[in-house]
Design a protein around this ligand. Structure first.
Ligand SMILES: [Zn+2]
Ligand SMILES: [Zn+2]
Length: 253
């Protein structure tokens, strides 16, 4: 399995792209940086997009992506997400006001994108890889994903505050090679992390006690302006499994 990190920042700035992962060139998880990180030819190879939740930093390139692929694919690109997330896309994004409704363009029988609801804990196998959504604890309905090709697996928790189930799943995945999770705000902004259902480094430290596996834990979603404050706080956790997730990084298992 190949995993390419298109973007992993909690905010957008020069050199900092929003959340997006690409698996085996054909499947994306989240769409914060599809159009900013990939050539049009690379974008046309994407057949499926699994979304974790409806927040803008995880979906914002979908409109420009649909425009780029329009007319170039024999089959619609499938957008997999929780029903609540798809409802937000229908009502607030592809609503013919903010952006054209590409789920009926060029026509309802042969659209550019097709919506597919996911059910937590149920595996969806596409392009030879199984994506299993696991519910996490965020401000809106949100899932992380276990991604498993039968040989190797990784887990992406997406945005989350304190949660249990995805750590249980990680502990029960023998072929787990990598876990990607978040830290969004510095320790001094505990109140903000709790209010917006994210983690600070200190809160992350409590979560890591739930992970019994010795696998690399790569941190994403730092607020760009808070990095100088947060990096020493993450190091201070003293957990040898911890490292930062890097934009453009590629993993191959
Ligand atoms: Zn979010
Ligand atoms: Zn986010």
């Amino acid at each position: 399995m190949e995993l390419r990190i298109l973007g992993c920042s909690g905010g957008e700035a020069d050199g900092e792209r929003l959340t997006g992962l690409l698996i085996n060139e054909q499947v994306a998880i989240d769409a914060g940086s599809i159009t900013g990180a990939l050539t049009v030819e690379e974008q046309k190879r994407i057949r499926h997009v699994f979304l974790s939740h409806s927040h803008l930093d995880h979906i914002c390139t979908l409109p420009f992506f649909t425009k780029n692929i329009f007319g170039h694919n024999a089959e619609p690109v499938e957008i997999h997400a929780l029903p609540e997330t798809l409802d937000v896309l229908r009502r607030h994004l592809f609503n013919d006001e903010l952006w054209p409704d590409f789920s009926v363009i060029p026509n309802p029988d042969d659209p550019t994108i097709r919506y597919t609801e996911v059910v937590p804990e149920q595996g969806y196998t596409v392009c030879g890889v199984t994506f299993t959504p696991i519910r996490v604890n965020h401000l809106v309905p949100c899932v992380g994903y276990k991604v498993d090709d039968g040989k190797d697996a990784f887990i992406f928790t997406s945005d989350t505050c304190h949660t249990d189930r995805i750590w249980e799943v990680a502990n029960a995945t023998p072929n787990l090679r990598l876990l990607i999770t978040e830290a969004s705000f510095p320790n001094e902004q505990d109140w903000l992390a709790v209010a917006s259902k994210h983690l600070t480094p200190r809160m992350l430290g409590e979560e890591l006690k739930k992970l019994t596996r010795n696998v690399p834990v790569a941190i994403y979603h730092l607020t760009p302006g808070d990095k100088p404050q947060m990096l020493p706080q993450l190091r201070a956790l003293g957990d040898p499994r911890l490292r930062m997730l890097e934009q453009n990084e590629q993993f191959a298992w």
